[in-house]
Write a protein that binds this ligand. Structure first.
Ligand SMILES: Cc1cc2nc3c(=O)[nH]c(=O)nc-3n(C[C@H](O)[C@H](O)[C@H](O)COP(=O)(O)OP(=O)(O)OC[C@H]3O[C@@H](n4cnc5c(N)ncnc54)[C@H](O)[C@@H]3O)c2cc1C
Length: 463
């Protein structure tokens, strides 16, 4: 049966949901508060330079990603660009130098990144007992200290978490923030045993493991995808329309109110694909509810979104001593530098810088140092240059510069996050016809967001 559906929030989650629902023959309207769709995805082309402000690559961890990229209605398959194989090489900052992360067991035995006792600690991991099922929820840091030791926390997990969440492992929940890691211990009693046995199982089932998944983007950057989704939706996309209130009518449909006034249409179903701090502000009203408006998702305002600033800088190749032969470097907190890490953008996608030049993308802020992200732009560039000069031997000034601030970037799935997931589930049970999707519920990566948007089609079609 054809339904009228409102999707609220035009980031990649809402765009994917609206796109698939429209393809399925539903009557969809997508409401986006901003003057453009795409959410945090933002690619900026200037002369021969291409800067990504937000996400740089998406991991092809699910067939849903491949299907979307290849969908004929989007017509962007020929613009797909896989990151160079150099992307398999990653560096970690240690004693001020970018040290290559070992890519094989033999490399691990000889790397200078970890001491002999840390390596021994890793070898002992399968023999450590698992946490009791009734124990308190653990932070990622406690989990890693218990299973692998402090050095792994400092030089592997802390920088990794800075790279993915811009987060702090002392606060993040292993259960909700890293459910696969958590499940390995629960299921196999060991991360290492679980990795080996689980990978075998996934290969048998033909599933792609994260470490083997391709990192992809497009000629023109990731915004090519969100622009194509927005183009397909065209007349169904209402920009500059921030929804603030939803009211249920006597016949069970939903009416929306935006900052500009009531929206004329009635909707059978509503998909909310918004950041948590915006969900928290929404007012809901049921027909016949004497209490009137209700801030049903108010508690979601407690979900922490630290600020992150991306600073994209271009140099002549001869200004940089380092080979930049890899994905980039992650900076552990114990190294006490200004920045979270740097991507070697033009090593992954050479066409993003003019001939004879290189492009680097550096992130500042996150849960580790939120105040640094909020400094004025020239100070942020200065902080980044201070690190780049020391780590990569860069001389002179950048020949290209683009900086962007996300005042509230990525939700932190901290210890206790389960209570927010419960709130969302209870809310859906109570407000039939409204569905929640996106990065504060289904995982923080771009791939997670796309899968979350796709899921809406199954969910709404099954009704
Ligand atoms: C700096 C940064 C770097 C990242 N790097 C990577 C990476 O390399 N790889 C990766 O996989 N992921 C990365 N991510 C994460 C990934 O980009 C996000 O998880 C994903 O894009 C989230 O999409 P979304 O649609 O759920 O949310 P958003 O992109 O936040 O979209 C939500 C939309 O809702 C709109 N909105 C808000 N309020 C209202 C309202 N009341 N009414 C209507 N519309 C409203 C907003 O304007 C926005 O457009 C990064 C994120 C950031 C911030």
């Amino acid at each position: 049966m054809k339904k009228t559906i409102a999707v609220i929030g035009g980031g990649v989650t809402g765009l994917t949901a609206a796109f698939r629902l429209k393809q399925a023959g539903q009557e969809v309207t997508l409401f986006e508060a901003g003057e453009r769709a795409g959410g945090v995805i933002r690619s900026v082309q200037r002369d021969e330079w291409l800067a990504e402000c937000g996400p740089n690559t998406m991991l092809e961890t699910s067939a849903a990603i491949t299907r979307l990229v290849e969908d004929e209605d989007l017509g962007i398959a020929q613009l797909r660009r896989d990151a160079s194989p150099l992307g398999g090489t990653r560096f970690i900052l240690k004693k001020g130098k970018a040290v290559m992360l070992p890519g094989s067991p033999a490399g691990f035995l000889t790397t200078s990144l970890f001491s002999f006792s840390a390596k021994l600690g890793l070898a002992m991991e399968p023999f450590r007992s698992r946490l009791a099922a009734d124990a308190d929820e653990e932070s990622l840091a406690d989990f890693v200290r218990r299973r692998l030791g402090q050095e792994f926390l400092d030089y592997a997990i802390n920088p990794f978490v800075a790279g993915v969440y811009a987060g702090d492992p002392e606060n993040l929940s292993v259960k909700y923030g890293f459910p696969k890691l958590y499940a390995l211990e629960q299921k196999y009693g060991s991360m290492i045993k679980g990795q080996i046995l689980g990978a075998r199982q996934r290969r048998k089932e033909g599933r792609v493991t994260k470490d083997r998944a391709k990192q992809l983007s497009f000629d023109g950057g990731l915004q090519v995808l969100t622009d194509a989704l927005a183009d397909y939706l065209a007349g169904a996309l209402r920009l500059n329309t921030a929804v603030i209130r939803l009211a249920k009518t006597e016949d069970g449909r939903w009416l929306l109110e935006s900052e500009k006034g009531m929206v004329a249409d009635f909707f059978d179903e509503v998909v909310l694909a918004l950041p948590a701090y915006r969900l928290a502000e929404l007012k809901f009203d049921h027909a016949g509810n004497p209490a009137g408006d209700e801030l049903a998702l108010d508690s979601l305002k407690e979900i922490v979104y630290p600020p992150v600033s991306s600073v994209v800088l271009g140099f002549r190749r001869d200004q940089v001593q380092h080979s930049l032969a890899g994905f980039g470097t992650l900076n552990p907190e114990v190294e006490k530098v200004n920045t979270l890490g740097t991507l070697f953008t033009s090593s992954l996608f050479p066409e993003r810088a003019p001939e004879g030049h290189v492009l680097l993308t550096t992130y500042v802020g996150g849960a580790r140092s939120p105040d640094l992200a909020l400094r004025p732009e020239d100070e942020r560039v200065h902080l980044v240059m201070e690190d780049l000069r020391k780590i990569y031997g860069i001389t002179g000034e950048p020949v290209f510069e683009h900086s962007f601030l996300y005042p509230r970037a990525i939700p932190q799935y901290e210890v206790g996050y389960g209570r927010f997931l419960e709130t969302m589930q209870d809310f859906e049970a109570k407000h039939s016809g409204i569905h929640l999707a996106g990065h504060c519920r289904d995982g923080i990566s771009l791939a997670d967001s796309i899968v979350s948007g796709e899921k809406m089609v199954e969910k709404l079609s099954a009704k």
